[in-house]
Design a protein around this ligand. Structure first.
Ligand SMILES: Cc1cc2nc3c(=O)[nH]c(=O)nc-3n(C[C@H](O)[C@H](O)[C@H](O)COP(=O)(O)O)c2cc1C
Length: 372
């Protein structure tokens, strides 16, 4: 088995830029060089200023300085297949001026949301295309359009967040327009991948996603299958809920005084916890296989893949590539271990996830002082 072509490092927030969204060339090229995966999808990169996520150190690809830094990263990491994940945050932000398909607030981020006008949507389509073109100019091998996890394109795909009455009530239309606009400026062999949540906790179903995939299957080169939105963030990744760490480092929670934090933990947390799905290995594989059966589009899957045996099994069942995130945070060299009977040392403690919302670069915190 040639694992180099079959295992991807899935998009992983890096907090690897300065406050102007300019990526840190040394930090990111070192990170990418040290990863044993040949194919690396960057953490989500913003396509426009109003599409920035709440992480202050998120990288962008909207101006010359950012593009130049990405070009240097490409130059410093010549032997990897680099794919830039392009995202517009939509309503999933605490920043003021949040926009969305409709004006429905995200219960996790709580910022008021304004529904986008058709003119603004056309501008966003163009922003994705221009960002992809810049990514191509840096020498990256391709881009991944982030249409999962409740970000803007997912907000259009979901019946809960899209209650529009204009042409965009046709929920996959925005994704279709973005893909056409990107392809128009980035012809093959430049890769165009997408990331989709096959369902979420607010009404998006597998049937919706199958219809979306049928609609766009000729417009891109592969779809990575994930789950959920940031409204129930731990259903995207699953596992432990390190609530003490969240209260300490997450700006959404650490603004509350200690007494409120203690009361919340005591009385609200036990009920809050019940909203989350338990971690089970390979938790998106069944849905990915359903999708694979019905499309000619290459299908990749992410979510809870932790052993060599499972990787072999998933690939043997017809899935085109497997995509790992937390295992690469724990063991950047994991591909070198697949000659043996590898099992990930990641225990899904999710400390890395909580630190995504801090100012720290993302790494494994398992066993550190102050942590578990
Ligand atoms: C620390 C961390 C950062 C992540 N950042 C992103 C991201 O920037 N874009 C994205 O699409 N998914 C992101 N994800 C989700 C992962 O790409 C992946 O789909 C998910 O963690 C399930 O895979 P795993 O079980 O191998 O971790 C992130 C997950 C974690 C834990």
């Amino acid at each position: 088995m040639n694992y180099l072509d079959k295992i991807i490092r899935s998009a992983t927030v890096e907090n690897g830029a300065d406050r102007n969204g300019v990526p840190d060339v040394t930090a990111l090229s070192t990170l990418y060089r040290n990863l044993s995966a040949k194919t690396i999808i960057t953490g989500f990169v913003y396509v426009s200023e109003n599409g920035r996520a709440m992480q202050p150190l998120q990288a962008g690809i909207v101006n010359q300085m950012q593009t130049h830094a990405w070009k240097q990263i490409r130059h410093a990491v010549p032997d990897k297949q680099l794919i830039m994940q392009l995202a517009h945050v939509g309503r999933q932000t605490t920043r003021s001026g949040a926009v969305g398909a409709s004006n429905i607030k995200c219960t996790y981020c709580k910022a008021p949301v304004r529904a986008l006008s058709v003119k603004e949507i056309k501008q966003i389509v163009n922003d994705f295309a221009q960002a992809a073109l810049r990514a191509k100019e840096t020498g990256f091998d391709g881009i991944q359009i982030h249409a999962a996890h409740g970000y803007l394109i997912h907000q259009f795909l979901s019946p809960y967040t899209n209650n529009r009455t204009d042409e965009y009530k046709d929920r996959p239309l925005l994704l279709e327009q973005v893909l056409k606009a990107v392809r128009a400026v980035c012809p093959a062999p430049f890769l165009i991948w997408i990331k989709l949540s096959w369902a979420d906790d607010r009404g998006l179903t597998l049937a919706d996603t199958l219809a979306t995939v049928k609609r766009i299957e000729t417009l891109c080169d592969g779809a990575e299958i994930s789950y959920g939105t940031m409204e129930y963030p731990l259903n995207i990744i699953r596992g432990a809920i390190p609530i003490d760490t969240a209260f300490r480092v997450n700006p959404l929670f650490n603004k509350y005084p200690p007494l409120i934090q203690r009361l919340w933990q005591r009385f609200v947390f036990p009920r809050y916890k019940r909203r989350f799905k338990p971690f089970t290995p390979n938790y998106n594989v069944q849905a990915a296989l359903e999708i694979k059966k019905q499309t000619s589009l290459p299908i990749f899957v992410t979510g809870g893949i932790r052993t060599k045996q499972d990787i072999d099994h998933i690939l043997a069942s017809g899935i085109d590539k497997v995509s790992l995130c937390r295992p690469f945070i724990k063991e950047p060299d994991l591909l070198h271990k697949l000659t043996g009977d590898w099992k990930s040392g990641c225990v899904n403690c999710n400390l890395c996830t909580i630190y995504c919302d801090s100012m720290e670069s993302v790494r494994c915190h398992l066993g550190e002082k102050n942590e578990i």
